[in-house]
Ligand binder design. Structure first.
Ligand code: PHE
Length: 341
């Protein structure tokens, strides 16, 4: 005896429950909905139905057909979604023991020399300080004995912000805050990024790095300054480098000096990196002007000190033989990648 519609439906759902692969779903579709399928067969049965029942019967069979079709489709979609989830889960599983295909990263040459100099000074009892890049006029100039309208301000082409603040033109901008923070005696270095509105060439950039250092104590003299500068340079270069000290003017030091280093790119013969002079201004320095100490709250009867502003960018160029300062800010990995430590 042929199955009733209800039995057929139950049987279908039982089989659908068991099916779990694409072929099984297709099999079910053919079995129930195909040309010779069981539901199609019900329609073929129409002849055996009393004429007045045929319309209702036909509608019921069609409804069952739609229902079966929709159920199969839903199961196929669910199976797809599950498969996708499994695939995503499989790719997200990391195998940490696999060898890496990435090449090793490298430090920026400025980071390398900065760390080296930091270590040298830390071993001599200096603390390492951090300071803002956006500062005010007082800290960048006035506290450093550079009053408003002083011609020395023209030496540094400053980037001013619309709120009156400015991008620090030198790391000396931190001197006052650090003196006020710690008082004397004091040994501190403070590396930082500086900005000047300059036209750029092989040895000038509008963004560069300096490392400021100050030492304040009783009886600090120029000979202390020279000793610390010499020690630092011989440790950084680990070979004899030619240096020269000549007078230099900076309102915040008295006396002031320019410490030049013989150009390592051309060996002192003259090249674009040293503006053809054979020398590079590496580390301006001097004895801290009493006005600056006073502004920092230091007793000038008791204490004296020296300050230096080491050009970290220039130091990196000399140490690694980088001809063009612009390479350092270029982000060009071809030139920067070589400095793997
Ligand atoms: N701040 C000075 C500059 O950038 C350098 C300097 C620092 C000079 C400390 C003397 C002492 O030009």
């Amino acid at each position: 005896m042929a199955m009733t519609m209800q039995e057929l439906r139950e049987q279908f759902y039982e089989k659908l429950q068991q099916a779990n692969a694409a072929e099984a779903f297709e099999e079910l579709r053919v079995r129930y909905l195909g040309k010779k399928g069981e539901i199609t067969g019900l329609l073929k049965n129409m002849g055996a139905i009393a004429p007045e029942m045929r319309k209702e019967y036909g509608a019921k069979v069609n409804a069952l057909k739609d229902e079966v079709e929709a159920s199969i489709k839903r199961r196929i979609e669910e199976a797809h979604a599950r498969e996708l989830e499994m695939r995503i889960a499989a790719t997200e599983r990391y195998d940490l023991s696999l060898p890496s295909t990435l090449s090793e990263g490298s430090y920026h040459p400025i980071t390398l020399v900065q760390r080296e100099v930091e270590q040298i000074f830390a071993s001599m009892g200096f603390t390492i300080e951090d300071y803002d890049e956006i500062v005010d006029d007082y800290h960048c100039f006035e506290a450093l004995n550079i009053p408003k309208h002083h011609p020395a301000r023209d030496m540094q082409d400053t980037y001013y912000l619309s709120n009156g603040q400015l991008l620090k033109t030198h790391t000396s901008a931190a001197q006052n805050a650090i003196m006020r923070k710690y008082g004397a005696p004091l040994r501190a270095i403070f590396p930082g990024r500086c900005f000047r509105n300059e036209s750029t060439d092989a040895c000038h950039e509008n963004t560069f790095f300096q490392m400021e250092g100050i030492m304040i104590d009783e009886n600090i003299s120029i000979s202390n300054l020279i000793y610390f500068m010499k020690t630092m340079l011989s440790e950084v270069f680990r070979r004899d480098v030619k240096v020269r000290l000549r007078p230099g003017f900076f309102p915040f030091v008295e006396p002031g000096f320019e410490l030049d280093i013989s150009c390592a790119i051309c060996g002192g013969k003259g090249c674009p990196s040293c503006k053809n002079s054979g020398w590079l201004e590496l580390c301006p320095c001097g004895m801290i002007h009493p006005n600056v100490l006073k502004a920092g709250g230091i007793d000038t009867e008791k204490y004296t000190g020296f300050a230096f502003g080491l050009g970290l960018t220039r130091l990196a160029m000399m140490k690694y033989g980088i001809k063009d300062i612009r390479d350092l800010n270029s982000g060009n990995l071809k030139s920067l990648d070589q400095f793997v430590k």
